[in-house]
Design a protein around this ligand. Structure first.
Ligand code: ADP
Ligand code: MG
Length: 254
């Protein structure tokens, strides 16, 4: 499996943070992943210090005007990156005229031989449930769901379960893994959320957890990945553990 959609309909749970640092972890481990910012809010694009014009972004691919390979650019952190732009939100509003948008990414990745070639692909999804998010889910081998350890986490997870269940008739049951983010060991809410996630999702809840760590935000503000910014931090260890677990479960190969 190589295509991972980092998805949760809830905003602020860590989709962009997890995508950025998991990609950097892969790069540290000797591969050059392809990362696609599929959120019109373009947080990942901004995080990595880019301010592209709309025609330099994934929007152009959805308009049918450029292949993905033409839009990918190498970044200093060792990833190939396709940025996003606010205008990408147009794709979500043109659903009636462009029903084929939902399959476009899967077909594009296959046609350009980007899927199945052993290079991992990470997609940072928008929380909006429109053609963009569906196109990421339809293309994905695995849905990685960050869940923030707060008191509304389980509501968000239940909503997401319903969404994924609705997709089953189009693409079968998508393999998924839940990743607890912003975890504070011993904190009552965090432990409660952890317990309930474990009960509800069993083996689909990853053993890896991303702890609440200010350094993740601080690294983001400098545009650096966690391994350059704070190599000895717990955050760096958390992401290394996450990658090991995904590899061990054969959910990610490179
Ligand atoms: N483990 C963490 N520790 C501390 N801050 C975090 C952590 N995960 C995410 N954040 C912060 O929470 C905010 C929302 O995270 P983000 O990745 O943008 O979520 P999403 O993409 O799901 O909307 C950001 O400011 C980010 O820096
Ligand atoms: Mg985001």
């Amino acid at each position: 499996m190589t295509i991972i959609a980092v998805f949760n309909q809830k905003g602020g749970v860590g989709k962009t943070t997890v995508t950025a640092h998991l990609a950097a972890t892969l790069a540290r481990n000797g591969t050059e992943p392809l990362v696609i910012d599929l959120d019109p809010q373009a947080h990942l694009t901004a995080l990595w210090g880019l301010r592209p014009r709309p025609e330099e972004t994934v929007l152009r691919f959805y308009q049918g005007l450029a292949p993905l390979t033409e839009l990918a650019r190498p970044l200093p952190c060792g990833v190939q990156f396709i940025p996003s732009h606010l205008e990408l939100s147009k794709v979500d509003t043109q659903v009636i005229r462009h029903r084929d948008h939902v399959w476009r990414l899967k077909l594009g990745l296959a046609a350009e031989m980007l899927s199945g070639n052993g290079v991992p692909i990470l997609i940072d999804c928008s929380p909006t449930l429109g053609p963009l998010a569906f196109s990421a889910l339809f293309a994905a081998d695995l849905v990685l769901v960050p869940v923030a350890a707060d008191y509304l986490a389980l509501n968000g997870a239940a909503l997401l379960e319903r969404t994924l269940a609705g997709l089953t008739r189009f693409c079968g049951r998508l393999p998924r893994r839940y990743l607890l983010n912003r975890y504070v060991s011993g904190q009552v809410t965090a432990e409660k959320v952890l317990g309930q996630l474990a009960q509800r999702y069993g083996a689909e809840l990853l053993r890896a957890r991303i702890h609440e760590q200010e350094v993740l935000g601080a690294a983001a503000a400098t545009g650096e990945d966690i391994f350059s910014f704070a190599p000895e931090s717990r955050a760096a260890a958390d992401f290394a553990f996450l990658l090991d677990e995904l590899a061990e479960q054969r959910l990610l190969r490179w």
